[in-house]
Structures are given as structure tokens and as C-alpha cells.
Design a protein around this ligand. Structure first.
Ligand code: PMP
Length: 429
């Protein structure tokens, strides 16, 4: 048996081996689809079935599966070297990537960028940097937030099942404020009132290092944070010397129609976390922020064996080139508009659709029962019917009643249309 899948192995066979060899804790979304190859927005499994991929490896492939320019960049880097450990023997490509991201991140102020491997690590390090810069312990996040599976990531994540069950205790000095989601009865004023209660009941604002939030909640359900909320948070942070961290791990790199979702707001974050589509499938994450804040941790305080991995950095340069050359931010607006129009047109015949929302191509559809309560069963059915018809959809939401759309921004028009037709069939079946 080779290290790759053998021609004789079916998805069902491999799945039986997976269950015996690997723990159940990694919940696999499509356990009977074992990937064989993938290109742009299409994926083929070991059984020879073709799927249209509207999930992009959870928001990682804004530039599609195996974009030829990205593959070439990684290959060329592989021929030079794969790994030196950046913190032992550095290389120019990482310095240049930091320069590019400093330039691309919103705001004309001086910025610095540090690289890590996963999104959760970027979140951990943003908190480390914020604590080092402010000398304060507290960190505030929102209900429904997702910030990763490490201990601080779990502590900041605002959803217990399945992310936190059995894993406590979590780091202290973390607090949640209800996310302002009007659709579910929480207004901006409600959220801000809860924050001011928190400052009275749990932690003084002078003890808070940072408030962290996703400008559009990802795993939580694709809820766009209102302008008024972002503006108020900025004002509160400025008043109390608190840092504002934008977690752009899922929203970044063109998904929302801008390079970063924070560009939709008229306030700037102090720190930003990035990962996922930054490197087109290669593991790479980053924290980018105000230069003076970024320099707070002492030398040696930040790093990681694979941080700024050379293959990932090469891939990220090609991703940024492709985003620019193929005008994928503009394309995200077009694709998102097309998808929202299609979903809106389906509302008349699919009574379970209770909301269609989005920013750029970060679009979601939410399903509810006739009494207005969430309908996770229907959501699951839609996902399964779509899968059986050759379309991979991801769900999300605190109540698992949302389908989120994350197709590559490079998707061909005809593949998108084919996927939308399958979606329409799955909704109406
Ligand atoms: N933050 C956000 C907003 C995310 O969407 C994710 C991943 N879904 C993470 C953090 C964690 O990233 P990773 O899985 O790479 O650790």
C-alpha cells in the first residue's frame, strides 16, 4: 500500500479504516467522500465522483483549488528550500510578505506583521501581543464567535457545543458580550448595554487588554456586524485604552468584496488576525497591527517552528498576485450579488428560508420553521440532498440552521450556475 490512496480503495473502505485508526473528535463533514484531486471549484473523489465545491476547505480557497500560479510558486520554492525555521535562518520572501500585508491592511499608519501557522495561533498571539502592549489581562469577545480550538481560542469562542465540551477549565479573564444580531432580537444598544454592565460587574475597563471580534461572524452564522456597533466599540476602546482586534481569518482576502472586511467600516482595528485564504491551502497565519503595539513582546516571545514556512509564504505571494491580477474583490461583489438574487428568488417557493444575507461573496441563507424557531433538520437535509446531487455545502450558525457559501472567487460562471441549479433542487425537493 502506497502512502497515497490505492486505486482499489473506495471511500467506504477508507472510511471504515478512518473510524478504526482515528479518533471521533475530528468530526468529518463528508465521511463518504475521500478526495482524489481538485481543481478550482471542482473536486473528484476516489470513487470517481465529481463535486462542485462551495466550501473551499472552509474559506481557504478564495483562489480555488490548485491555482496553477500558486502551485508553480510552491514548486519553485521547493526547489530552493522547504524549511530553515524562519526564526533561525530567515529569508527575504517572508520580509516581503510582511511588507505587502502592512501595505494592504487598512489604515495609513506604520504597521508590522508576524507569521504563524494556524488561525488559532494567530488569535493566541494577538492576545499575547495585546497583553504585552497594555499590561492588562482582560479579553472580551462576542457570543457566537469562533476564534479557534486552542485554549485561549476556545475561551474566546462563544459557542459551547461542540467546541468546549469536556475541555475546561479555560484561561481566565475572558468575557462574552451578546453579539448584536437584530434578526435574533439583540440590538446594537443591547450589546453595548451588556458591555457596560460587564465593566461594572466583572472587570473594570482599565483591566481590559482587548476586544476581539469577527467583522462578519463566520462559524457563528455569517452575521455582519453593524457599522454603529463597530464605531461604538472603537470609541469605547479609545476611551479606555483597550485594543480592538479584528479577526479576519474567515473574512479576509477578497471574500467580502474588499481585501479585508474592516474596509467596509469607517474605523480601524489596532490588530488583525489573518489565515485561511492568505496562502491558498498552505498553512500560514499572521497578526498585523500598529507597529508600536506589535513591538511590545520581547525578542523570543513570539514564533513557532513552522511560523512563516517558506512554502506557505511562496504560496501567499502568488495568492496576493492572483487576487490582484484576476480582480477577485470585484468578482466577489458580482458573484455574491448573483447568489443573493438567486436565493431571494427561491424565497417565494421555499418557506423555510427566513433570511438571506451577506457581504460581497460571504453569503448565507438561514432556515426556520413556521413558528420562527431554527430548522437545523431542514438545513441538514439541504446539505445532504446537495451532496447527493454533486454539490458540497457547508453549514454554520449557533443553531446549525444556516448554509454558508464560500465558493472560490475564481469559480467559472458555468460551474457557479450548475451549483446554483443543484442548490435550487435541494431546497425544493
Ligand atoms: N478565527 C476564525 C474567524 C475562524 O473562522 C477560524 C477557523 N474557522 C479560526 C479563527 C481558527 O483557525 P484555524 O482552524 O486555522 O486554527
Amino acid at each position: 500500500m502506497s502512502h497515497l490512496s490505492t486505486a482499489a480503495s473506495s471511500s467506504a473502505d477508507i472510511n471504515a479504516r478512518r473510524i478504526a485508526a482515528m479518533p471521533r473528535g475530528v468530526g468529518v463533514g463528508f465521511p463518504l467522500i475521500y478526495a482524489e484531486r481538485a481543481r478550482n471549484a471542482e473536486l473528484w473523489d476516489v470513487d470517481g465522483r465529481r463535486y462542485i465545491d462551495f466550501g473551499s476547505g472552509i474559506a481557504v480557497l478564495n483562489t480555488g483549488h490548485s491555482h496553477p500560479r500558486i502551485v508553480d510558486a510552491m514548486r519553485a520554492q521547493m526547489d530552493r528550500f522547504v524549511h530553515t525555521a524562519y526564526q533561525v535562518v530567515p529569508y527575504e520572501s517572508a520580509v516581503y510578505l510582511a511588507e505587502r500585508l502592512n501595505q494592504l491592511a487598512p489604515g495609513g499608519h506604520a504597521k508590522k506583521t508576524v507569521f504563524f501557522t494556524t488561525g488559532a495561533e494567530a488569535v493566541e498571539n494577538a492576545v499575547k501581543i495585546a497583553r504585552a502592549a497594555t499590561g492588562r489581562p482582560g479579553v472580551i469577545s462576542l457570543t457566537g464567535a469562533f476564534h479557534g480550538r486552542t485554549f485561549m481560542g476556545m475561551a474566546l469562542t462563544g459557542k459551547v457545543a461542540p467546541y468546549k465540551i469536556g475541555f475546561g477549565p479555560f484561561p481566565g479573564n475572558t468575557f462574552h458580550v451578546p453579539a448584536p444580531i437584530e434578526l435574533h432580537g439583540v440590538t446594537v444598544d443591547d450589546s453595548l448595554r451588556a458591555l457596560s454592565h460587564l465593566f461594572k460587574s466583572d472587570i473594570a475597563p482599565e483591566q481590559v487588554a482587548a476586544i476581539i471580534l469577527e467583522p462578519v461572524q463566520g462559524e457563528g452564522g455569517f452575521y455582519v456586524m453593524p457599522d454603529a456597533f463597530m464605531r461604538a466599540l472603537r470609541e469605547i476602546c479609545d476611551r479606555h485604552g483597550i485594543l480592538l482586534i479584528a479577526d479576519e481569518i474567515q473574512t479576509g482576502f477578497g471574500r467580502t468584496g474588499k481585501m479585508f472586511a474592516m474596509e467596509h467600516y469607517d474605523v480601524l482595528p489596532d490588530l488583525m488576525t489573518m489565515a485561511k485564504s492568505l496562502a491558498g491551502g498552505a498553512p500560514l497565519s499572521a497578526v498585523c497591527g500598529r507597529a508600536e503595539i506589535m513591538d511590545a513582546p520581547a525578542a523570543g516571545g513570539l514564533g513557532g517552528t513552522y511560523a512563516a514556512n517558506a512554502l506557505s509564504v511562496a504560496s501567499a505571494h502568488a495568492v496576493l498576485d492572483v487576487l490582484e491580477d484576476e480582480q477577485l474583490c470585484e468578482r466577489a461583489q458580482v458573484l455574491g450579488g448573483r447568489l443573493e438574487a438567486r436565493l431571494e428568488s427561491l424565497r417565494a417557493t421555499v418557506p423555510q428560508i427566513s433570511d438571506v444575507r451577506g457581504l460581497g461573496a460571504m453569503v448565507a441563507v438561514e432556515f426556520s420553521k413556521t413558528d420562527g424557531t431554527p430548522d437545523p433538520e431542514f438545513t441538514k437535509q439541504v446539505q445532504e440532498r446537495a451532496r447527493d446531487a454533486g454539490l458540497l455545502l457547508l453549514t454554520c450558525g449557533v443553531h446549525a440552521n444556516v448554509v454558508r457559501f464560500l465558493f472560490p472567487l475564481t469559480i467559472q460562471d458555468e460551474v457557479l450556475e450548475e451549483g446554483l441549479d443543484i442548490l435550487a433542487g435541494a431546497l425544493k425537493a
